[in-house]
Design a protein around this ligand. Structure first.
Ligand code: MGD
Ligand code: MGD
Ligand code: SF4
Ligand code: MO
Length: 741
């Protein structure tokens, strides 16, 4: 026990952001438990968080950069690696410009300070429109729906879990995923508390998931039909005179249009399409309307489908029409401590997608991104504007995006590829240089992105639990990359980057009449920031300018980074409060319930009502002890129920004579998968998890390679997208199933 200490660290492994207490011994993390005093998570922890030590110490984690020499990736010093980036990426920039560089940003960027504060600088420095991310494999439909309805694509509505009386979870399995786009540590405990206080939980999911099993009621629609189902709920609300805008009355445009648009989505019409009894749809609508408060919450199963944007839109249409938007117990807007301090309501410029289009397939841009499903074709299709170099930051698109085999080949053909990633995996094995960020114990943590999704406002900061010696943290890696891209060489001072951001931000603030620091001097404010790493200076600035901030001394009780550091278990900032006026940025200054960009797609939905393809439909699933593609390398999380199997209903299996291995054929290819027969699956629906297929050579994740699984995304050819958001259809894919052999 001698020398053993503890350190607090927010878990970066999923959106729940639990506070962990790490035990530290001999200069390394040896264990992790939930921090009972954490203001937000109150001791909750899951098996992944509990494996923090194993993840942190994984011997397969890269500790030094790798550079490709004579075809092989070999270890190099940091100086050599940055010099190689400057030289080889510089050559591409000199010949083709930054616009020929394709960038892919993966999911962990949402979980690190570096991803939140420095990745955008890299993208900006390149000036490229070839930007791809996991968002178009995930939540882009929600952004697009929010953008059109509220004028801001990041005006996230989250269910007020602690106070709601009636929660509808559609296309999410938070008892396994621990919640997404609704940052709530201990989602299971919150669902228990909901039921204990007499509230009800309804789950809409084709699979009888853990969350569905726990619910008061489970509806199991045919995959891909959520938008039609929700349109029908809206139809009932109008038909039975249950619409009640409540406090929103007078702030919503387009109610009559929505009534007209959904007029033919009667429960009797959609019941056969959704395979949900018409009466269940009526009951659902009546109960949502009757509940003292209710929140509809949709996630991956509503998002990564054929009508993802329509479904995401209709989720909030139901919240709005039942008067549940922006009120306690309903769907509310969190207020992050680093959001700008509220400004007076004002009309915005409006949101739109399609300001430019992808070169090969002409897909519209959304939030300055192009569809991840189009990444490969933009690399391997010759012509003007072709991607010549690639940068991946915290992503593994070879497994995460459709048709990884094509991307695999395409990446081999680029002139230069840089990956910033701790692992040599299916994607990074193609890189010419890999720059590995340090393990999480050696970096600071603040939830740049996820605080704006938290179901209770809070602020928490973890300094590095262990010192970092002899290697840069990820903020510095990305700063140095930005300097290289700006032509400032490979050995520029990374602090320059932060100084520049601070100078620009403060100049804007002091010139803004509504800023809490309006009219003050930039020099005065800059001098008040701590002598500290650049990210701490920036965080302090953001907190002080933010809604709870001290306004650089003007509000002495307000928040600063120093105060946050003095509260290691975090600062609770209270329950969510109504704030629609602060977030609305539509040109009309009102909620646009029926934006024409969205309603134009309803015709396509109507056409689909008549379609009921026979054959099987494939959906995805997540496992409690897994995290997308990158946590299959930890022995503690491997094996047991965490397996890449094809789940199928017992009657379907019997009909097909399936016992052990199935051939699964999809639009993009076929694969062999072990069969798991379970009544959790309804008839006609099968599931495979994603992130598997660790059998490609040249990777460095030994445990993962031992039980590789298969890559479900190879069944997908990448041509099926939600047209409004460019999000890949990952759920509801037609497949053929047959016994192997
Ligand atoms: N079929 C199907 N496909 C899916 C999904 C699905 O439901 N079904 N889900 C989609 C969703 S929601 C998502 S978010 C995507 C995820 O897609 P990606 O983000 O492309 O994939 P991940 O598996 O999360 O890969 C994360 C990468 O980040 C690295 N990494 C981990 N920590 C850090 C860090 O601190 N810094 C850096 N620089 N790198 C780090 C890991 O080594 C790994 O290479 O997958 C999508 N793909
Ligand atoms: N343990 C663990 N936790 C994770 C992750 C992980 O890989 N493992 N990944 C993280 C990431 S990146 C994300 S984005 C979140 C995702 O968080 P969730 O969305 O909660 O996670 P999923 O398990 O993908 O849940 C999607 C559900 O949608 C259902 N579904 C599929 N098709 C349809 C449909 O057409 N309609 C309806 N109504 N339902 C459908 C599936 O059966 C599944 O239960 O989880 C995060 N947390
Ligand atoms: S629920 Fe998420 S944040 Fe909490 S311990 Fe598990 S992985 Fe970490
Ligand atoms: Mo995700």
């Amino acid at each position: 026990m001698r020398g053993m200490t503890t350190a607090l660290r927010i878990c970066p492994l999923c959106e729940a952001t639990c506070g962990l207490t790490l035990t530290i011994d001999g200069g390394r993390v040896t264990g992790a438990r939930g921090d009972r005093d954490d203001v937000f998570s109150k001791g909750f922890i899951c098996p992944k968080g509990a494996s923090f030590a194993e993840l942190d110490n994984d011997p397969d984690r890269l500790t030094r950069p790798l550079i490709r020499r004579n075809g092989a990736l070999t270890e190099a010093t940091w100086e050599e690696a940055f010099a190689a980036v400057a030289e080889r990426l510089g050559a591409v920039l000199a010949e083709h410009g930054g616009t020929a560089v394709g960038v892919y940003l993966g999911n962990p960027n949402a979980h690190t300070i570096a991803g939140g504060l420095y990745t955008p600088l890299v993208v900006k420095a390149l000036g490229t429109r070839q930007v791809y991310s996991a968002s178009t494999l995930d939540q882009m439909p929600k952004h697009v729906a929010l953008g059109y309805m509220f004028g801001s694509p990041v005006a996230f509505t989250v269910p007020d879990l602690d106070r709601t009386d009636y929660l509808v979870v559609i296309g999410a399995n938070p008892l396994v995923s621990n919640g997404s786009l609704a940052t709530a540590a201990d989602f299971p405990g919150k669902l228990r508390a909901l039921r204990k206080r007499g509230g009800r939980l309804v789950v809409i999911d084709p699979a009888r998931t853990r969350t569905a099993e726990f619910a008061d009621r489970h509806l199991a629609p045919r995959p891909g039909t959520d938008a039609a189902l929700l349109a029908s709920v809206v139809n009932v609300l109008f038909d039975e005179d249950l619409v009640d805008l409540n406090g929103l009355a007078g702030h919503v445009d387009g109610v009559d249009e929505v009534r007209a648009l959904t007029a033919d989505f009667t429960p009797d019409t959609v019941a056969a399409h959704c395979e949900v009894p018409a009466d269940d749809i009526r009951t659902l609508a009546r109960e949502i309307a009757a509940a003292p408060s209710a929140a509809v919450y949709g996630r991956i199963g509503t998002s990564t489908v054929e009508f993802g944007t329509l479904g995401s839109w209709l989720v909030d249409v139901v919240n709005i029409l039942t008067g549940n938007l922006d009120r306690p117990g309903g769907a509310m807007f969190p207020l992050s401590p680093i959001a700008s301090a509220p400004r007076p309501p004002k009309p915005g410029r409006g949101f739109r997608t399609g300001r430019w289009h992808s070169r090969v397939s002409g897909y519209p841009e959304a939030l300055s991104e192009l569809p991840a499903a189009a990444f490969a074709e933009e690399i391997d299709t010759p012509g003007d504007g072709q991607i010549k170099a690639v940068i991946t930051i915290a992503g593994n698109p070879v497994l995460s995006a459709p048709d990884g085999d094509r991307l695999d080949k395409a990446l081999d053909g680029v002139e230069f590829m840089l990956s910033i990633d701790p692992y040599l995996n299916e994607t990074t094995r193609h890189a010419d240089v890999i720059l590995p960020p340090p393990p999480p114990s050696r970096s600071a943590h603040f939830d740049i992105a996820l605080n704006s999704l938290a179901v209770r406002n809070n602020a928490r900061y973890s300094p590095p639990a262990l010192p970092l010696t002899g290697r840069p943290d990820e903020a510095e890696i990305l700063s140095r990359l930005a300097l290289i891209l700006y032509g400032l060489g490979h050995d520029g001072d990374p602090m320059l980057v932060d100084d520049q951001v601070i100078a620009m931000t403060l100049a804007k603030e002091v010139a803004d009449p509504h800023s809490p620091v309006t009219g003050r001097s930039v020099d005065e404010l800059t001098a008040m920031l701590p002598q500290a790493p650049g990210y701490e200076r920036r965080l302090d600035m953001m907190l002080r300018l933010g809604p709870y901030g001290d306004a650089f001394g003007a509000k002495p009780d307000g928040l600063t980074l120093a105060k946050l550091k003095a509260a290691p278990h975090g600062i609770d900032l209270g329950p969510l409060r109504p704030r629609l006026g602060e977030v609305l940025r539509t040109p009309s200054g009102r909620i646009e319930l029926a934006p024409h960009q969205l309603t134009a797609d309803v015709a396509r939905l109507r056409d689909a009502l008549g379609r009921r393809p026979d054959g099987f439909v494939l959906i995805g699933r997540r496992h409690l002890r897994s995290n997308n593609s990158w946590m299959h390398n930890l022995p503690a999380l491997s094996g047991g129920s965490n397996r890449c199997t094809l789940r199928i209903n017992p009657d379907d299996a019997a009909d097909l004579g399936l016992t052990d291995t199935a051939v699964v054929k999809g639009p993009g290819g076929e694969l062999l998968a072990p069969v798991e027969i379970t009544p959790e699956m309804r008839r006609g629906v099968v599931s495979l998890p994603h992130g598997w297929g660790h059998d490609r050579g040249g990777t460095g994740q030994r445990v993962a390679a031992d039980e590789p699984g298969v890559n479900v995304n190879q069944l997908n050819d990448g041509t099926h997208l939600d047209p409004l958001s460019g999000t890949a259809v990952l759920n509801g894919i037609p497949v053929d199933i047959a016994p192997a052999g």
